[in-house]
Design a protein around this ligand. Structure first.
Ligand code: NAD
Ligand code: DAU
Length: 353
């Protein structure tokens, strides 16, 4: 095979879309999905490709160095697309060390194993690190994040991602590894774990449960359909310049309260409910600690240099997303039973939020 690409975190939300795109579009590549299947990892997300001849799954923790070395060896890994991470800001506030372990130490482990395995020809292999716009901090006075905006992470999650970005750049500078980094805004779409705002609200509306809005709901996020992020990762992987950073975003800013109202309106239509029914569930709760006010990505560089742009309008993407959650009730039931109940209890019912 032409390449053997290790995609970490491939059983998660974004990773599953990246794995599916690469397996289907590049039958000439060996695609190895490495994931330890935390609460956020789910092999059901990969049903479409699980029997493909070029798809392989390895249940491995990126904290386990010998297991990583074994995977590189057995599959002859030529490139890495690194998505495995602890990804939820609220969880990082209650357990920062879990984020240091996976996001920082796990990333350094992967860099070390890749560096050693590719030692003879470092320049022929690519380490692609998938990161977030949260590393740039919070925008208060207008403007956008560009690739040269100084890092200013504000939560334990974003501090851990910023740290991993710094390590990737340090390995490029010090050891001359070929690296590329992309920093993306908020994703939404199928397979997203229902702790995140959009699937949480879809799930709660279905169950007639309160829709918890932090603070006044005035915080702003830029939203991108997950398949468009996967398409961008494909473009950056194949055409991105070594050592560069690419910001990925939807030019699609929304206040949280406006998104939740849109979801309520669409859900009322789809569930055949009277207009205004779901809005009654909106409940303002205690704000997230250190809640970043606004993220907004300037995605001009990837648009102009690599020719990528989002394919979907937001309302179309939201409609597809709601349809997916309504059609996949069993998926939703399974991932929200068990441990998720305990998390929900602790976070929303006992006054943490
Ligand atoms: P997710 O939480 O849905 O999935 C993370 C995956 O990583 C899961 O499958 C999990 O099992 C796996 N994983 C976690 N710890 C691991 C470990 N120690 N070893 C091996 N596997 C492990 O996350 P996501 O939302 O799909 O995000 C994927 C990546 O994209 C992350 O690096 C995140 O920082 C970044 N990102 C996310 C967004 C977003 O809006 N969700 C936006 C920009 C960037
Ligand atoms: O910007 C990219 C980041 O987007 C990614 O790096 C993260 O992995 C991803 O989780 C996401 O982070 P956010 O914190 O922006 O996403 P979340 O869905 O948790 O929250 C979106 C907004 O909604 C945020 O302002 C907090 C608010 N919110 C969230 C939840 C879960 C609420 O008001 N109520 C809630 O219950």
């Amino acid at each position: 095979m032409e390449k053997a690409i290790l995609i970490t975190g491939g059983a998660g939300f974004i990773g599953s879309h990246v794995v599916q795109l690469f397996v289907e579009k590049y039958p000439q590549y060996r695609i190895v999905n490495l994931d330890c299947l935390t609460y956020a990892g789910n092999l059901e997300n990969l049903k479409a490709v699980e029997h493909a001849a070029n798809y392989f799954f390895e249940k491995v923790d990126i904290l386990d160095v010998p297991a990583l070395e074994d995977v590189f060896q057995r599959h002859g890994i030529t490139d890495v697309i690194h998505l495995a991470a602890e990804s939820h800001v609220d969880r990082s506030i209650s357990d920062p060390l879990a984020f240091v372990r996976t996001n920082v130490i796990g990333t350094v482990n992967l860099l070390n194993v890749a560096k050693a395995f590719w030692a003879e020809a470092l320049a022929e292999h690519l380490f692609y690190h998938v990161s977030t716009d949260e590393v740039y901090g919070s925008l208060h006075d207008g403007g956008f994040f560009t690739e040269t905006t100084p890092y200013d992470p504000q939560s334990p999650y974003s501090a851990s991602k910023a740290s991993s970005d710094h390590f990737v750049r340090a390995y490029a500078n010090t050891y001359k590894m070929r690296t590329v980094i992309s920093n993306c805004s908020n994703n939404y779409g199928p397979n997203q774990f229902p702790e995140k705002l959009i699937p949480l609200c879809i799930h709660n509306i279905k169950q007639g449960k309160p829709l918890p809005i932090y603070g006044k709901g005035e915080n702003v996020r830029d939203w991108l359909y997950v398949v468009d992020h996967a398409r961008a990762i494909d473009v950056v992987f194949h055409q991105g310049k070594t050592g560069e950073t690419y910001n990925i975003g939807g030019f699609n800013e929304w206040q949280n309260i406006a998104i939740v109202r849109l979801l309520c309106q669409k859900m009322d239509e789809k569930l055949g409910q009277a207009p205004g029914t779901s809005e009654q569930l909106i409940t303002f709760v205690k704000d997230r600690a250190g809640h970043d006010l606004r993220y907004a990505i300037d995605a001009t560089k990837i648009q102009q240099e690599l020719g990528w742009e989002p394919s979907l309008q937001f309302e179309e993407g939201i409609s597809l997303t709601i349809d997916w959650y309504l059609a996949n009730e069993e998926w939703l039931e399974r991932v929200t039973s068990g441990a998720y109940q305990a998390y929900y209890e602790a976070h929303y019912m006992k006054g943490e939020a």
